[in-house]
Design a protein around this ligand. Structure first.
Ligand code: FAD
Length: 456
């Protein structure tokens, strides 16, 4: 007999309560554990080349950790998982619960199909320190505002990390090969649980103390770069929170620890919002401008293309868009600025920008991506003032004070020294191969404010 551990967005062995449950169930029955990954066409068809390449590398790392016994099967999980159960006579299928709209629907379908075989889908834990749907306000509703959510999240607390199971009796079973994807366009970070741990230990040692000062500076490597590892579950946030507490006990500034933990709670907040409002994946939670405010037709396509290609003529925006293409990642400050520029300067709907991000980000995650876009667009239900409009020049001057970041990603501006690089149109001889600004920020800002006024 055997038990199935179906890995999804938890591609690790350490601190994985679902795996521990599977291993314990198997030991009680003297059974083996099938390590299963289902390559679900619905998800991988919409993934860009970078995401697929990263996933492939992470699955290879997981396979090694499972003594080469990871079984990859391609197809619809509602067919594949029951098929594996029939082949192996498994008594249960273990997973970490999904909270995204598609994942929940898929799991319900799989659970129903397994039910027909008399087998249960055992859901243990989730990808979050506090599972979405767990915290409610005093009046019993879901949280809509971040700060009170974070307070409740901190008060709720979380269990200690689960131990890593040793000597798992992995079952041998035939699998399918991984699909050959298109070549990644980006230099991707190393994938897998060991790489995630290494990156995290390096950040704890060298980055955490400076995080509050350095995190908003895209010209410095001041953030953890853990988002991709969290996205694929190569590390669990609970592990990170426990390590943060240990770092604080070892003398790291409590403010640095609190600041970093607060960022992790943003991730949990967005997951909670999407859990309660699955429609937020595609729909604005609030309409803030009238429908005629949006750019349409050829103009929209032309502007969207310039934005995607990093040719808007605003260097800070263009640097971000090119960093995204080249690395599959973009610094958070720049994500906010480029998103604001698309929605408030080019008047293009946030959904179109979110789609481009999802195709290119290796950390692309539906709850984080869509709700951060809604936050910037002012259409989410958080308290962000909907009329906030980022100025692409002053943001650049403030957060890339010497222009290093721009020069790194926009080679046409490589010879422009210092912060003047943020306004190349003011140079005596602007570089000929760099575009003039697509729009006038001051003017478009007024258009947006006017739209907001009309939308009230
Ligand atoms: P750090 O500063 O080191 O932060 C540590 C961790 O905290 C991150 O790994 C992440 O898990 C979490 N975190 C930090 N900032 C945020 C935030 N604003 N919202 C939620 N969690 C946060 N993050 C994703 O993981 N996937 C996405 O698809 C995604 N899309 C985004 C789209 C837009 C328009 C914006 C403005 C932000 C988006 N973010 C997304 C959030 C944030 O930009 C990234 O998590 C962050 O840049 C990752 O880099 P890091 O790991 O070095 O961050």
């Amino acid at each position: 007999p055997s038990t199935v551990m179906w890995f999804r967005r938890d591609l690790r062995l350490a601190d994985n309560p679902a795996l521990l449950a599977a291993v314990e169930a198997a030991r009680a029955d003297d059974a083996s554990v099938v390590a299963l990954y289902v390559l679900d066409e619905t998800l991988w068809r919409s993934a860009g080349a970078n995401r697929l390449a990263y996933l492939r590398a992470s699955l290879q790392a997981l396979d090694e950790a499972c003594d080469g016994r990871l079984v990859v099967r391609r197809g619809d999980p509602a067919d594949v998982v029951p098929q594996v159960v029939r082949e192996t006579g498994a008594g249960a299928v273990h997973v970490a619960a999904s909270h995204e709209p598609y994942g929940r629907r898929r799991d319900d379908e799989v659970a129903a199909a397994l039910d027909d075989l008399g087998v249960t889908l055992e859901r243990t834990g989730s990808a979050y320190a506090v599972s979405p749907g767990r915290l409610f306000t005093q009046t019993g509703g879901p949280y809509q505002v971040f700060t009170p959510f974070r307070r409740a999240w901190l008060e709720h607390g979380w269990p200690s990390p689960a131990r890593r199971p040793r000597q798992v009796p992995w079952a041998a079973l035939d699998g399918d090969s991984l699909p050959e994807g298109p070549e990644p366009t980006a230099h991707l970070p190393r994938a897998g649980e060991d790489a995630a741990r290494r990156r995290w230990r390096d950040f704890l040692a060298d980055g955490l103390a400076d995080y509050p000062d350095a995190r908003d500076r895209p010209d410095l490597a001041g953030t953890s770069a853990m988002s991709v590892h969290l996205r694929w579950g190569e590390i669990h946030p609970r592990t990170m929170i426990a390590d943060l507490a240990a770092a604080q006990a070892d003398g790291v500034d409590p403010d640095a620890v609190a600041t970093f933990r607060s960022e992790l709670s943003w991730r949990e907040f967005h997951a909670d919002v999407l859990h309660h409002r699955p429609d937020a994946r595609t729909r604005s939670l609030r309409a803030v401008v009238p429908d005629d405010a949006w750019t349409r037709g050829e103009q929209e396509d032309e502007w969207l293309t310039a934005w995607r290609d990093g040719r808007t003529g605003y260097p800070f925006v263009d640097a971000g868009m090119r960093q995204l293409r080249a690395t599959g990642w973009m610094h958070n400050r720049v994500r906010m600025v480029v998103a604001s520029f698309l929605v408030k300067d080019l008047h293009v709907r946030w959904q179109r920008g979110a789609e481009h991000f999802m195709a290119h980000l290796v950390d692309g995650d539906v709850s984080q991506n869509q709700l951060n876009w809604q936050w910037v667009a002012g259409t989410g239900h958080d308290a962000a003032p909907y009329f906030r409009i980022f100025n692409p020049v002053t943001q650049g001057e403030k957060f890339d004070p010497d222009g290093e970041y721009v020069r790194r990603w926009v080679p046409e501006l490589r010879d422009v020294a210092g912060r003047r690089v943020h306004q190349p149109w003011k140079l005596d001889t602007p570089p000929a191969d760099y575009p003039a600004p697509l729009v006038d920020h001051a003017h478009e800002r007024n258009v947006s404010l006017d739209d907001f006024q009309r939308g009230r």
